[in-house]
Ligand binder design. Structure first.
Ligand SMILES: [Zn+2]
Length: 453
């Protein structure tokens, strides 16, 4: 089996971004069409689906860009897709092509299919024989990058590119091309027959559950908290379903286990989904716009439930900020409600300027405060009877003899906490594409079978 991690050294890299809209095209589907149109060349390595900063204000849907490499293939090859009944194979190595020729073929496909009518869709397409420096990827996944800076890099790399409308897609395309994976997962995506796009998807949920149980390295398939099939999108896009996982080979088998309507094509992508690449370690005082961060903080206020069932917890690492837990985060938000002052937690989330807060994506409880509560009213030393409360904070009085006792004289004991230590994460349906599931975290070593309940 050829190594699918290998980054081809010599091939021609093509990338595009920002071709979709909230209710139509999907950039990964465009990839299937482009790969099909580029059959005059060989595919070198797997196509890559790269998600960029989820906090940029102008993203279309999932902020996805696609990068692929073509040329004259050599060495071992593997099946990585099927378009209109024809197998797509990826070679392990290759020799480069002429970037201008590749760009022209791919641009024609993009022009015929991108959703130009959507105001927020600003496609870009880039082709180059040298990947741009990887700092471009890290800037684009964690921050905001200027088009002029990107074009400067592309010029230095002898790249050719085309931009449409405001051309912002060139930024994501170039960033996707510059990705050198430190961590990576895979996603196999099946696409619908063109005649069915926009209609109700027919996916047998029992087959999704069976696939989830019978595969070891897939994740986010089924939401056991909300009983929801998570592999199918809700939008009217061409995607039938996408299965994510840590084993490319297992994903190809998992795809075959799904019953329902017959897909027209499928592609296996290497991706940065599920890697937390968007997260940086920060202190509260260093947060700024568009950033997603991981912060070790202490709870300093009682959790407050606000309208809509969201929970706000004041936290601090010397500087204070509100940590926001949203109602759709289900068990994560319920856990937040059980926090008490002086609990120590690590929160992962994105910074929001107005009102200033961190929207929490997941949390690890690392230190729990002991909570002491009243277990019994004081007993009168004269009568041996339990004293009655005079109201909150007012102390106690014996009903028989009138003797009084202070609040502090009540019997106390440690109250069991309604939250457990360790990781707390939201249900599958409310996770972002870059969200790293706890089972993939280095210290989240939880067996898939145990997570189910
Ligand atoms: Zn008494």
């Amino acid at each position: 089996m050829p190594s699918i991690d290998a980054i081809p050294v010599t091939s021609t890299h093509l990338a595009f971004d920002d071709t979709d809209s909230p209710d139509g095209m999907c950039t990964t589907y465009l990839a299937a069409l482009v790969i099909d149109a580029l059959r005059g060349w060989d595919l070198i390595g797997l196509p890559r689906l790269v998600r960029l900063n989820p906090n940029v204000p102008w993203k279309t849907r999932g902020n996805a860009a696609v990068s692929l490499s073509v040329g004259v293939g050599s060495g071992p090859r593997r099946l990585c897709g099927e378009v209109d009944g024809c197998a797509i194979e990826a070679y392990e190595r290759g020799a480069p092509a002429e970037p201008r020729e590749v760009l022209d073929v791919a641009a024609r496909v993009l022009e015929a299919n991108a959703e130009f009518s959507c105001e927020n869709t600003n496609p870009g397409i880039v082709c180059c024989n040298r990947r741009p420096p990887q700092r471009l990827y890290w800037s684009a996944v964690r921050d905001v990058v200027a088009l002029s800076d990107v074009e400067g890099i592309l010029e230095k790399n002898d790249a050719v590119w085309k931009k449409y409308k405001n051309g912002r897609g060139v930024i994501g395309a170039s960033a996707a091309m510059s990705w050198r994976p430190r961590d990576r997962t895979w996603e196999v995506i099946s696409y619908r027959d063109a005649g069915r796009i926009g209609t109700q998807r027919d996916i047998d949920s029992a087959s999704v559950l069976r696939m989830d149980k019978e595969t070891l390295h897939t994740f986010n398939n089924y939401d056991y908290e909300t009983r929801h099939v998570a592999i199918a999108p809700a939008s009217p896009c061409p995607v039938l379903f996408g299965i994510r996982g840590d084993s490319a080979d297992e994903l190809v088998r998992a795809r075959d286990m799904i019953r329902g309507e017959e897909p027209a094509s499928w592609i296996l992508f290497m991706t940065n989904q599920g890697t937390d690449d968007h997260i940086v370690h920060r202190r509260v005082g260093d947060l700024r716009a568009n950033l997603s961060a991981k912060m070790a903080v202490e709870v300093v206020g009682e959790p407050r439930t606000i309208e809509g069932g969201h929970v706000v917890v004041r936290v601090s690492d010397g500087r204070e900020i509100d940590a926001m837990f949203y109602e759709p985060s289900g068990s994560l938000t319920r856990a937040a409600r059980a926090l008490v002052p002086r609990d120590r937690i690590v929160v992962f989330g994105s910074y929001r300027e107005t009102p200033r807060a961190v929207n929490v994506e997941k949390m690890r409880v690392v230190g729990m405060q002991r909570v002491i509560g009243k277990s019994r009213n004081p007993v009168c030393p004269d009568c041996g009877k339990s004293m009655g409360s005079l109201g909150c904070g007012q102390g106690y009085r014996c009903k028989r003899c009138g003797r009084r006792a202070s609040e502090a004289e009540a019997e106390t004991s440690e109250v069991p906490r309604a939250i457990r230590g360790g990781w707390h994460e939201p249900p599958v349906a409310s996770r972002r594409h870059l969200y790293k599931p706890v089972r993939r975290m280095p210290n989240g070593n939880i067996n898939k079978l145990l997570i189910r309940n």
